[in-house]
Design a protein around this ligand. Sequence first.
Ligand SMILES: Nc1nc2c(c(=O)[nH]1)N[C@H]1C(S)=C(S)[C@@H](COP(=O)(O)O)O[C@H]1N2
Ligand SMILES: [Mo]
Length: 208
Amino acid sequence: MKLIDDYKRRRRDEQELRQSGRMPPGQSLTNRFPVMMAGPIPHVDTASWELRVFGEVEHEMRWSWEAFLALPTVTVTVDVHCVTRWSKFDTVWEGVLFRDFVELFSVKDTAKHVIAHCDYGYTTNVPIEDMMKDDVLLAYKYDGKPLEPEHGFPVRTLVPHLYFWKSAKHLRGLEFSAVDKPGFWENAGYHNYGDPFKEERYQRRGFF
Ligand SMILES: Nc1nc2c(c(=O)[nH]1)N[C@H]1C(S)=C(S)[C@@H](COP(=O)(O)O)O[C@H]1N2
Ligand SMILES: [Mo]
């Protein structure tokens, strides 16, 4: 009967989440943690890893893993929504608050977009004002533990109010750009912004 009980509980939780307005349209609840990865899972060596900040900033900078770990962190509990229609609730992440991070190198007024650069060339673009929200992190712990390789070790961006493809795993660089640069999924027909509550899943490009 355990399976049936679990199923019933999940249906009840899901209903509650819908009624409370936390469930975006067209989504359903998962308690698992699916792995969504466009390519192979990189196994990053933190000894040679660095995070590079470049573009429209006063000081281009690089952080070694050690230097990055020395930055103050915050912990947030957030819901994440994947465009493949699963949502995961009350996920707990620890990392560097993006808004605090940018204080370290002064962003120029000309910077309007943040492009996350990852292993194997995965990129994704987010407007800079979205990155400044108070639950946007450079996250390196999930549920109190280091990120698993398949979930983005050593560091990923966490942008919970947009579809989860905007939360870039295996982060290597943050580019501050005056012009928008649609990334991997955005160029593959997904929406450029990706608000789950507006179901901004796909967009048409071109003439029609
Ligand atoms: N570097 C990188 N980051 C990525 C992806 C990817 O393929 N490569 N997939 C994105 C997508 S589509 C989703 S839904 C989430 C999934 O994160 P998870 O595998 O930890 O669930 O990561 C996003 N970040
Ligand atoms: Mo995704």
